[in-house]
Design a protein around this ligand. Sequence first.
Ligand code: G6P
Length: 474
Amino acid sequence: MTHPLVVVANRLPVDLTVEPDGTPSWQRSPGGLVTAMEPVMRQADAAWVGWPGSPGEAPEPFDADGMHLVPVGLSAQEVADFYEGFSNDTLWPLSHDVISPPVYHRHWWDAYRRVNRRYAEAAAAEASEAGTVWVHDYQLQLVPAMLRELRPDLRIGYFHHIPFPPLELFAQLPWRRQVIEGLLGADLVGFQRSGDAANFLRVVRRWTDLPVRAGTVTVAEPGPERKVRAGSFPISIDSQHFDELSRSPWVRARAAEIRADLGSPEVLLLGVDRLDYTKGIRHRIKAVGELFDEGRLEVPGAALVQVASPSRENVEAYQQLREDVELAVGRINGEHGRIGTQPIHYLHHSYPPEEMAALYRAADVMLVTSLRDGMNLVAKEFVAACVDDAGVLVLSEFTGAADELNGALLVNPHDIDGLKAAVERAVTMDQREVRSRMRRLRRRVLTDDVSRWSRSFLEALGDVDRHVDVPSST
Ligand code: G6P
């Protein structure tokens, strides 16, 4: 059976784990993309094509949680070259201001091309005649053009969840032209911020001869002339769901329990991230550590809970980050901790949404200090969970969310003194200001939710007039 809508992303929304006795089990996979797309999928007759998260042959397609899931298999070598290599050690750092130096290997690029073709073939097999395929994120930038070649009848949308680098950095990529051509296979190329769309259009102008006008590129070949639109569609979360979850008696009780278990601090700071060098965790810990050193925060009155969910653990830059963070946390706890109480509670785990909602509700101040971030959905989740308007969001200027979340305390995480001042300001802010800021934030997050985002993307995709008007001869 084919589907009118097919979503293609590197990962399926669930990861396959095989227990030691051989029984398969599925768990929700990490990251903002899955958070955003899951609710979209539940409402549509759609298939999701993606990798089940561990190497090996693809299991048969199956249904889970009202979604039809079509696994794509990756061998162990492909996981190393395509996923850990080209996607996460070349494209990821290149797209995040080269915070960690991107690594360029030709055999990683070969794997990227080969694996992108596999995803394109799987999507082509799932989509109905003249259906819509929505391709997601940097791991699959060649899929739009490959898919168009296989199925010219389809309407193809692509959404880039992470920042699109400025031309001066994108220029480093030895395969920059091929990536641009891959993306131009889509009818609509969507980005988080208008700045990302502008960066993309700049590289199109620089490395192709194609005409670009008012956010639209005219592509002449292969095939008939067609238009490709680029624009911004800032992503969001299922805000209503998070709000309801946070109001549930279980979450409310659990939030109280968490505070009690932490020794009932007056001020609870919270950080929630994948353990990724883009998230500015080192900067955050440094700032908080200095506040404890200087007595501007004190144990047991203040505590930081830092959830750092495991991520991309075979990539060296992530291993180094883990060491740095754990060393810094150990030092600060050694210095300022006492029996039964410590300044930083570091949790290298991922948790289900209920537990996250309880943590958000328990917190007074949320610290999002990314050095570069496409959007940052954790910031939006915190806001949606703050049902009693009692929370302060400290938010890095370098997140996509900073363009939207008026009401947050904006910070430059590189400026450690500025970051410390913002944390202190958040901790001591009077309740009237806290509430008025949070109300402003909540209005925004509850209105601009993920279903509005997907609707606006899919409508814009449906509206793209693919064919260039042929001037009538008079
Ligand atoms: C970010 C990316 C996603 C990715 C997620 C988790 O949100 O935009 O494409 O899936 O991180 O990363 P992982 O490498 O575990 O898939």
